[in-house]
Design a protein around this ligand. Structure first.
Ligand code: UTP
Length: 478
């Protein structure tokens, strides 16, 4: 086998992966050869040419339009809708057990620099509850409210699968029935050296790989058997959220109802958006290209378009993606089977330059770089939107639902997420008549955590014993 693999590697300029093969134990040697055998070497040169030596450009057509969206306020003059009707429709689907929760948790969280799966990161600003616990509580509360079962599918990666499952075991699945919490691992892509464009070794017996992006979920759900499990359970739609947004609502009946019932929805894949704070906020933009809902990354949207304003002063391209979707089981099955058309489905790859520890080929030592040294290729889930027949976008409120934890400090960090959670919770309490202290910039001047078990939305607080006021600088968990 070694000779065959060596020849194949030589043919594509990657024989350095066998530099240390003679030092390896028979088991380690076998592991390395098996791993290399599993890599699609035939496409390596094309990938290197397109994404590593070159930077893929995205040609945005000149007739790109902003995507229409259902406004947060259903009584708005543009695109008003019957929120009660859609909410009721969504609640009926939830109560009938047709909705599953789905969390993508396969990322490496390299910016956060946390030692462990991102979902184990303490996301509760007062209690320090791990993100996975906050989501578990959201599911438990939804099950209780609608007297139903919400199966929860969690996508891990081969790099964090074991640790994630151990974490759930160690916490007794946070009180959820373990038979309704399913894990599956996404696929990986090899990582490339940013300078030489060659594949990196993560160890002498292992090629460096990275999870293949959240877009990999659409294939992994199918390949892992999770989709069949969903079908067997009678699930029709999955509610897709990211592991690093403690405020992302696991199950939102109104959004589900719009996805399933709006006249311009094909009920295949729908998205939530928030209005961007400025033209160049680093969010994907919901657009219409060739009649299809499409997300164009902030870096690809031409500056001139990004700055365009409507007569009322609002940004023309206003809708930013918060990576919350409802996706139908049938749509995912269609993508993965012949119905997707000849050649099946594939999502475009995106390049990200990141830090990845690697083996120095001269010294054989592991190097932990300070600067990005690796090119990682990932697929993005929103690239499936243009594959829908029709796809709708629904506006949500930034403070209600978007508190991303990406970085160790600064922008989109645990500190900013804690403030956003306090702001949201302060607004909920204020709506119930509680006096809330604010700073000059409008932020709530207290740390407030509300468990989903206490309230999934502001109106759930009506039946809760609440203080009449929160003191400035207080720390309170409800
Ligand atoms: P990010 O794009 O923020 O990536 O993921 P990340 O890997 O978590 O963090 P960095 O970029 O290395 O710092 C957004 C969401 O998509 C999931 C993440 O777990 C997170 O919920 N994701 C990302 C996957 O599930 N798989 C991937 O391959 C990439």
């Amino acid at each position: 086998m070694e000779q065959i693999i060596r020849k194949r590697l030589e043919a594509v300029g990657q024989a350095h992966l066998l530099t240390f093969i003679d030092e390896l134990t028979p088991d380690a040697k076998e592991r390395l050869l098996q791993q290399i055998d599993g890599i699609d070497l035939d496409s390596i040169e094309t990938l290197i040419g397109t994404y590593v030596r070159g930077y893929p450009t995205c040609d945005v057509p000149s007739d790109v339009e902003p995507a229409p969206y259902y406004p947060y306020d259903p009584t708005a003059t543009v695109r008003p809708y019957d929120a009660e009707q859609y909410r009721t429709q969504g609640e009926a689907l939830v109560a009938a057990g047709k909705i599953a929760a789905f969390t993508v948790a396969g990322g490496q969280g390299s910016r956060l620099g946390f030692d462990g799966p991102k979902g184990a990161f303490p996301g509760g600003p007062v209690t320090g509850k791990p993100l996975f616990q906050l989501f578990s509580e959201g599911i438990a509360a939804t099950q209780r409210k609608h007297d139903c079962t919400i199966p929860w599918y969690i996508m891990t990666s081969p790099l964090n699968d074991e640790e994630t499952k151990r974490f759930f075991d160690a916490h007794d699945h946070f009180g959820l029935d373990r038979n309704n919490v399913m894990f599956f691992a996404q696929g990986v892509m090899p990582s490339f050296d940013i300078k030489t464009a060659r594949l990196l070794l993560a160890a002498k017996d292992s090629v460096a790989t990275n999870p293949d992006g959240h877009g990999g979920s659409l294939r992994a759900i199918f390949n892992s058997g999770a989709l069949d499990d969903m079908t067997a359970r009678g699930i029709e739609h999955i509610s897709y959220t990211q592991v690093d947004n403690p405020l992302g609502r696991m199950i939102d009946p109104l959004f589900i109802g719009l996805h399933a019932g709006a006249p311009d929805s094909s009920a295949q894949m729908s998205s939530k958006m928030i209005p961007k704070v400025g033209p160049t906020e680093r969010m994907g933009n919901f657009c219409v290209v060739d009649g299809k809902t499409t997300v164009i990354e902030y870096s690809d949207l031409p500056e001139e378009l990004a700055h365009q304003r409507l007569p009322n002063g609002r940004l023309r391209f206003l809708a930013g993606s918060v990576a919350i979707h409802i996706i139908s089981v049938e749509f995912i099955r269609r993508l993965n089977t012949r119905q997707a058309g000849p050649g099946g489905f594939s999502l475009p790859l995106h390049r990200a330059d990141k830090k990845a520890p690697y083996i120095d080929l001269d010294t054989g030592k592991l190097v932990t770089p300070d600067e990005p040294n690796a090119v990682k290729l990932e697929a993005f889930v929103f690239d499936a939107l243009p594959l829908c027949d029709k796809s709708i976008v629904y506006e949500t409120d930034r403070t209600e639902e978007f508190a991303p934890i990406k970085n160790g400090s600064g922008v989109d960090s645990v500190q900013t997420a804690a403030q956003i959670q306090s702001n949201r919770n302060g607004a909920w309490l204020k709506a119930c008549g509680v006096a809330i202290p604010h700073r000059d910039n409008g932020d709530v001047d207290a740390v407030i955590e509300i468990s989903p078990l206490t309230a999934l939305e502001a109106s759930d607080l009506r039946n809760t014993q609440l203080p009449s006021k929160i003191k400035r600088g207080a720390t309170i968990a409800l």
